[in-house]
Design a protein around this ligand. Structure first.
Ligand SMILES: C[C@H](c1ccccc1)n1cc(-c2ncnc(N)c2C#N)cn1
Length: 297
């Protein structure tokens, strides 16, 4: 992926689906307390970058994240400064306060699946929290559980962190607040989403603090999007097997069908997505946005 040439900005970093730029002042120096967070139209599935991109995905998820920041503003302050961004990334970028980011991936789970289910099957608990017997894939948890991980270097896997490791990294008070806020954000998300036909099984949020040490935790990055969270269609929820993904199921079904000709186990890259899968996937992102916010994209 080649970074965009954005006049007035310099490229800082690219993740799988988002890119980070820093504003540059008239003197050519990087503006120290701002960043530009750009959401691409790139789609990742099965740990592969899909091609082609999904039109409007970046804009839909940016608008959804901004809407969630508003819905959560009584719980926690956020890093958003402005949506006055370069035209080339209009609608899919946000100017944010540059923070010192916590070195913990703040993950909470409201439903049991994925790595949390694996740990539960092994230990009867997840991240040190003992869970009831008899839970299965997709079970709703009695309440959201904080399941933090490390922020692994590119190419490596994030690793689960014990409560003691989180406290060693953040201090006991900040660790407790990160746990409380992460679980409260997911609970609030599900209070709203469930009424609109979407279950948010789990989510990852990022917190930072002001570089000058003033104030407390600030919610950063993106929040409660299908890229940072597992979105499930509520009407298809059926514990006991893997749940369909709200946004990625069309891609997964096509890739694993004979139509694609792809052998995932062979290790090679997936084929180009056909137009109908791209269009259906775009429609699911727009549908999720419109159902959750009540606004038309
Ligand atoms: C994980 C995420 C990321 C974004 C884009 C591409 C890959 C990763 N990221 C966010 C920051 C960050 N750093 C300082 N202040 C901030 N307000 C933010 C934010 N948001 C650093 N990385």
């Amino acid at each position: 992926m080649s970074a965009l040439d954005l006049p007035g900005y310099t490229h800082v970093y690219s993740g799988k689906v988002r890119d980070l730029y820093a504003p540059v002042g008239a003197d050519g120096e990087v503006v120290p307390d701002r960043l530009l967070l750009v959401a691409s139209n790139r789609l990742s599935a099965y740990d592969w970058m899909m091609s082609p991109e999904i039109p409007d995905k970046g804009a839909v998820l940016t608008r959804l994240s901004l809407w969630w920041f508003d819905q959560l503003s009584d719980l926690v302050p956020n890093h958003v400064v402005s949506t006055d961004v370069p035209e080339a990334v209009g609608g899919r970028a946000v100017l944010v306060r540059k923070l010192e980011m916590l070195k913990v991936e703040a993950i909470a789970r409201a439903y049991l699946t994925g790595g949390g289910l694996e740990e539960y099957r092994e230990k009867g608990s997840v991240s040190g929290v003992v869970l009831p017997d008899g839970l299965v894939d997709g079970s709703k948890l009695p309440e959201p559980v904080f399941t933090p991980t490390t922020k692994a270097p590119v190419g490596e896997h994030d690793l689960p962190m014990s409560p003691a490791e989180v406290e060693a990294e953040l201090g006991a008070d900040v660790a407790a607040e990160v746990s409380r806020l992460t679980r409260a954000i997911l609970a609030r998300g599900n209070e709203i989403a469930a009424q609109r036909g979407i279950l948010i099984a789990d989510t990852k949020v990022e917190f930072g603090v002001s570089p000058d040490g003033s104030g407390g935790l600030v919610l950063a990055d993106e929040v409660l999007t299908p890229d940072s969270s597992r979105f499930w269609p509520a009407e298809l929820w059926e514990p006991g097997h893997p749940q369909p993904s709200y946004d990625k199921q069309f891609v997964r079904d096509w890739l694993t069908s004979t139509d694609s000709g792809w052998d995932r186990k062979a290790g090679g890259p997936p084929p180009e997505l056909p137009a109908h899968v791209v269009e259906q996937t775009r429609a699911k992102y727009v549908e999720a946005y419109e159902r959750l916010t009540g606004e038309t994209f």
